[in-house]
Every structure is written in C-alpha cells, then in structure tokens.
Design a protein. Structure first.
Length: 623
C-alpha cells in the first residue's frame, strides 16, 4: 500500500496505557515560508509517524457523500495494532468557510467486502458513523448513524464529534451531547487494520486537513456520556485560551513585528503559560545584543480565560539596516522554547525608494492567508498595511480567531515584515486588537511616517467621529494640515466608494448607494489637503477608482483602493458599472506600492500571483 502523507504537520502525543488511547494526533497546516526562511514553531513539529516501504502500490481511495479526497494520511497506527470490537473515535474540528468541505476517519480492513471496518465522517452539515460502510447509504442501515447538523456548532464553528461502540451499541455524540444511539446488526471483521484520515477540500483550494481537523483520538474501548462531556470541556478551555497544544509549552502567537521606525521596532509574542524571555538581536550572527524580561503572570480576562502576551521595543537601531532577532522563552519548570532566527529591517530615509504591501480582510481562511503571505514575502516589501477584519469576529469572546486563524495563516510573514493595521468590524470592540498590537498610539487611530510619505490610520468602526467636528475628523485635519510629506495615504476599514452588489442596497432589485454615506463625510478633508490614496477593505473584492474630487473624475483628485481580498468570503459587484470604477476584480488578492521620489507604482496580484491591475503616478515637488 502506498502511504500518502498530506502537506500538513502533525504531532502524535503518546498516552498512558491505562487510558486505552491508541493514538492522539494534533494537526496543524505547514504554513511556513520556503527555502531558508522556513521556521516552524512547536505546534508545527513534523512527527515521523507514517511508515514507508521501498516498493508499494497506491491504496484505494474512498469518496464520501459524493466528494473525492484531496488529501489522505495513513500508516500512523502503532505497529501490530489489532482492531478490537469496542472503540471510540473523536474528531475535533473548526469550520469557518462557506463552502462544503469535510473529513473522514476510516479503519481499513481487507477482510471487509468494501475494505473498511468502520468510518466516522463529516461533510458540510452531514455526519455519518457506520460499522457497515458498504451499506452506509441505506436509510434503514442498522449499523449506521446518519445525522444532519443544525445549530449544534459551539461558537457557531466548532464540532466535537465522538463515535463510540461498546460491542453492542453504536453511539454518536456532538459537542458533549448524545444525539443518537442504536444497536448494531453486523459483526466487525477481525484482524489488523490501518487507519486513514482523509480530507475533502475540493471546494476550498489551498485548504489543508489541518485547517479543519485539529485533533483525532482513537481509544480501544467505548467511552460514556460523562467522559465525552469532560473531554469536550477540556477542548473548549484550550480554544478559549488560544492554546494550540494540550500540554506542550509553545508560542500561540508570534513573535511578530509592529511600528517600525528608522531607530526602533516593536516585538510582540504570546506563550501558552507564564514565561521569562531573552530577546537576542543584532546585525549579524551570532547575536550579540540582548534584553531579559522577568516572569510575568498572565492577564486574566474572565471566564477562565487568560493571556501571556509580551511586548518589547528595540531602541537605538541604525536606520535602513537589516537585523536578526530571536526570542527564547523559559517557563517556571525551566522548559525552553525558541522562536527561531527571524529578520527585519529598520525604516528607510525620505530620499530612499521603498515599497509596502496592502492586504485586508484576512478573516477565517488561514489557507488563503498563507498563500498571500508567501506571495508578499517573495516581493520583499519594507512593511505592510492591514485594512481591518484581521479576524471575522475576534472580539473578547473569540480569542481563538487570533491564535487558530490569523497567526496560523500569517505568522510566518509578520515575524519578518512589520505591519501597520487598522481595526475592522471584526475587531470592533478593540479588546484583542489593542492587546495584540503595539502601535504608535494607544488609540485605534494613529499616524506614522515612512520614507517621503505620511500615513493616517483611522478607526472607521466609529463613523460618528468621521463627521465634521467629530473626534477623528478633527484629529485628521490637524495632522493633515501639518504634513509636508510628498505622499499622503489614508487607511481605514469601511468603504468610501464601493460598487458592492448588496451592502448599500440590493442592486439586483433597485438602485444602490455605491458607498458608505457616513464614511463619505470625511472626504472633504482628503480633497482639501491633497491625500493621494485612500485604502480600505470591508467588501471582499478589489476596486480602484479614477481620481475623484467633488464626486467627479478629476486627474488631481483622490484615488480610492478597495483591497478586501485576503481571506473573507468573496463578494460581488453591482450588475452595471459604477461611474467611478477604473478597475474591479472578484477574487483573493493583495497589492504592492513602490515609491521612488515622485513616482508611484501600484500593482494588484491575484492568489496565484498573476498581475490583475497596474497604475503609475508621477507627481512634482510640493509647491
């Protein structure tokens, strides 16, 4: 049999024999950069558990609920494992996409007519637990439980699915509750078996099994309802605290880079427990400079949730200089973890050319974030802008969206490229947004300079502050009036102009507003003070306007770039073209901007790295 290993890191945790745990596998996607930048963390350790053979033939694959497998893994059971008449199989999954996907765990056994002893599978809203897979499609199959999931997902996305068989009765549990049980009518085939875990991701290109399935456990006995409920509580606690592994000391965020200047940079990271830290950095290896942080207790957040986020500023750096850094964390027991050697560069002076990337709405697709991260890294920009909706709803009650999604998909990039974000409605309460960032200001709106440009970052979750006399309106006017920069850029999350099909009225039934009227109240400031470009996301498409002044096309006007395509559910445009549209694109994407003096070049690329939009601008000296 050919052993097929999917492109995913997974960790096999050995349990006490008395637990009757045959296997306990934690899955994480291989979301690391390539070549010499590859830098896996503790939760991405490759466990060499799949057995290989010198010569092998490919095993038969099984479709499930009409879907064909896109990834399979097998050969992970202990050598000599013998399938027994009683067992329990657990699947711990998070599904945050809007297209049908699935996974199944199958016990192979050539003594069975179909080559399978049993299966536990999930696809979209359907669950199947069967001891007779050959007849699993039959509505009256007594050895099969078929179940349609309605509202049982914890936090709307998480599923703990447990199939247990005690030799007489088949039981299916969802999120700690028994949903169905029935007596079996067929004997299990005897003999040795081989476990296969298959992914069905055809509808989500680039998605890996580890994005959906976080844990698979196989026990050689049947568990009862109390044990299932207790196990579910353990898994929920992990998620609430953003822990990626149940026991191993690990980074569950970062390290990553914020607020780069010519002389300094901010480092941020989080461990799963209290730890002291040593930060080493320098212009070359071995690293010669260091900072030491003492042990710090976690910050309590209520409901049993705590965090261990640390921040440090590296000062007195040289301008426009590449640096290396590494963070070593040591817990109370003396266990040590290291971030690996990472890199960054300090900011360029005003006369130097520079480049920055623009992404928005990473939301709930780490597999798309990962693709974007690789493509942006290949461009080697100096820094990045994030236009908000970093998470889909990572407010105080959903810390996991930062740990399990954003830092999983983007961590390999943000540990090497400093990002300047603005908050979206996904971070509307600012609770984790402010804790996970170290920005030039303690408020969600701030200003920074880079090269010959000034950047004005706004919080559009407070649209009342965008009206004349509003807090951010006044702040922005003060900053813009004082700016002497050659280029002026504004970023916020919500759209000034957008030809979205239904966010501003259903354009398939009538006239749409083509933009957010509350946000448009601040446009006179953009026009008065010569803002060159305004960047925003919120709508999950790409749109570039012509230069605009006073709701008219004017070559001296402001260009608006909507770039919300880094992971959220894709949206669409109005059925007829908006008057201001210079370019639209429906698909995942990112942008780069290169500035050399008075020359600016904008490019937009799709998820496969193909150029989809291009713009050159030349401006003279400021009068």
């Amino acid at each position: 049999m050919l052993i097929v290993i999917m492109s995913c890191y997974f960790l096999h945790l050995h349990a006490q024999q008395s637990d009757h745990v045959v296997g306990d596998w934690w899955f994480w996607p291989d979301y690391t950069l390539g070549e010499r930048a590859k830098n896996p963390k503790q939760h991405q350790l490759l466990y060499p558990s799949a057995r290989s053979a010198t010569v092998a033939s490919e095993s038969q694959s099984y479709s499930f609920l009409g879907a064909r497998p896109t990834d399979r893994i097998s050969g992970i059971l202990p050598v000599g494992y013998f399938a027994r008449q009683a067992f329990t199989l657990e699947l711990w999954m998070v599904n945050h996409v809007n297209r049908p996907i699935g996974a199944a765990v199958l016990m192979r056994n050539q003594q069975s007519p179909l080559g399978l002893s049993w299966l536990l599978g999930y696809h979209h809203d359907r669950l199947v637990f069967s001891l007779d897979p050959q007849k699993a499609d039959a509505a009256t199959a007594s050895a099969t439980i078929g179940y349609t999931i309605e509202r049982q997902r914890w936090k709307g996305r998480w599923l703990h699915v447990v199939g247990a068989y005690d030799g007489e009765k088949l039981s299916l549990f969802i999120n700690g509750e028994l949903v169905e049980a029935r007596d079996r009518m067929v004997p299990l085939p005897s003999g040795s078996g081989d476990l296969e875990i298959a992914a069905y991701m055809e509808n989500e290109p680039y998605m890996q099994l580890g994005d959906l399935v976080k844990n698979v456990r196989l026990l050689d006995r049947a568990v009862d309802a109390d044990e299932v409920a207790a196990r579910f509580d353990i898994l929920k606690n992990m998620v609430e605290n953003g822990k990626l592994l149940p026991a191993q000391f690990h980074f569950n965020a970062g390290p990553y880079l914020n607020a780069v200047t010519a002389e300094s940079i901010q480092l941020v990271w989080e461990t799963d427990r209290p730890a002291r830290a040593i930060i080493r950095y320098g212009e070359s290896l071995p690293l010669t400079d260091s900072l030491v942080l003492s042990m710090q207790a976690g910050e309590p957040h209520g409901g049993g949730v705590s965090s261990h986020i640390r921040k440090v500023k590296l000062d007195n750096l040289k301008a426009a200089t590449p640096y290396f850094y590494e963070i070593e964390a040591i817990d109370a027991d003396g266990d040590t973890i290291r971030s690996g050697i990472c890199t960054y560069s300090t900011a360029k002076p005003a006369a130097a050319p520079y480049a920055f990337a623009i992404i928005g709405d990473t939301e709930g697709r780490p597999h798309i974030n990962n693709r974007i991260a690789h493509l942006v890294w290949d461009e080697r920009p100096d820094f990045g802008l994030h236009l908000g909706d970093i998470t889909d709803g990572g407010d105080r009650g959903n810390k996991y969206e930062w740990n399990y999604e954003y830092f999983t998909g983007m961590g390999q990039l943000v540990e090497r490229l400093p990002f300047f974000p603005v908050p979206g409605n996904g971070e509307g309460d600012l609770y984790w947004y402010l804790r996970y960032h170290s920005l030039p200001d303690t408020q969600a709106n701030y200003h920074f300079s880079y090269g010959n440009a000034d950047f004005f970052m706004l919080d559009s979750n407070r649209p009342e502050e965008f009206a004349p006399g509003g807090k951010q309106y006044q702040w922005l006017e003060e900053k813009l009036s004082a700016s002497t920069a050659r280029w002026k850029f504004v970023a916020h999350h919500h759209a000034v102009y957008s030809a979205d099909e239904d966010d501003y009225g259903n354009s398939w039934k009538g006239k749409a507003a083509l933009g957010d009227a509350q946000i448009q109240r601040i446009v006179p400031l953009y026009e008065k003070y010569g803002v060159d470009m305004v960047f925003y996301g919120h709508l999950h498409t790409y749109q570039r306007t012509f230069p605009l002044i006073g709701n008219q096309v004017d070559k001296q006007g402001v260009i608006y770039i909507q770039a919300g395509g880094a992971g959220g559910n894709l949206e669409d445009f109005t059925p007829t073209r908006a008057w201001y549209n210079a370019k639209t694109y429906r698909g995942y994407h990112y942008c780069t901007i290169h500035v050399t003096g008075g020359d600016l070049n904008l490019k937009m690329y799709d998820i496969d790295g193909r150029l989809r939009d291009y713009l050159d601008i030349h401006k003279g000296e400021i009068q």
